[in-house]
Design a protein around this ligand. Sequence first.
Ligand code: TYD
Length: 205
Amino acid sequence: MAKFITFEGVDGAGKSTHLNWFANTLRGRGIDLLVTREPGGTPLGEKLREILLHEPMHGETEALLMFAARREHIEQVIKPALQRGTWVISDRFTDASFAYQGGGRGVPVEKLEQLERWVQGSLQPDLTLLFDIPVEVARERLNKNVAQTNIALDKFEQEKSEFFDRVRNAYLARAQKSPARYAIIQAEKIPAEVKEKLQEIILSV
Ligand code: TYD
């Protein structure tokens, strides 16, 4: 059966680079798969992404818009793909709302759980790769990227270290609630070591 896999972690954990490698390796094994992202993944979701990443707003407004984009993403992209046997890899999904809006902005977990039930029903990722990294290391990486690429930091990336500490802890707390769904990756390790771990995970999916 087609699998739904998500990648998560604080900004600067390096998940996007590893996601591409992971997806290509699975494709190399003959698996039909689609890579998508949140917020985004649909034309409407991408418009909401622009707003979410740049416009200041109340934490609950942010949560509602994240889940609105997600509703569209599930309906238009994720469910149809899984139904036709295509695997889906999403760069972030609902765990990010619990981490950023819950942990980061202080939106109560019960409210997020209500939205999760409403928007997803019983849909959950089969596997979530959580790239865990000390916040200072992640921030160094982000700053280096900015210096090298000249791309400005978005609204979330500009948050203080304490925000990211809360995000990281909320991710870990959520992973503790349903450990079977998560593979926690020590993302401060050198890329070759991270890849070795990913290779192990690929063999088990
Ligand atoms: P990110 O995935 O890091 O993309 P890029 O690597 O291109 O910068 O950016 C998405 C941002 O959105 C990230 O800072 C986390 C945030 N986010 C939330 O706050 N809540 C959510 O539910 C999702 C999906 C993302």
